[in-house]
Design a protein around this ligand. Structure first.
Ligand SMILES: [Zn+2]
Length: 82
């Protein structure tokens, strides 16, 4: 079938430090967790840059509460034991 999607090209991996830039807390976990787990398993250093605290992301919770909560969740997720 000619309309089958092309497989992804493998990414080169001859690097040691990476920066992940996302809009909100939890975007990394939903979008890139498997790749980041692979890379950290290879010994690469990965830093995150979250452009917001996700303060508008919880229905019914004021931004001044939601932002700090989502920051705490993100930090806890990064330090949870395997
Ligand atoms: Zn998001």
């Amino acid at each position: 079938v000619d309309d089958a999607p092309e497989p992804y090209e493998p990414l080169f991996e001859d690097w040691t430090r990476g920066l992940v830039v996302v809009a909100h807390p939890d975007d990394v976990e939903y979008g890139g967790a498997a790749a980041i787990a692979r890379w950290t398993g290879q010994g690469k250093a990965i830093a995150y840059c979250l452009l917001t605290s996700g303060e508008a992301g919880i229905d019914g919770m004021p931004p001044d509460q939601a932002g700090p909560l989502r920051e705490r969740e993100e930090r806890a997720a990064r330090t949870a034991p395997a």
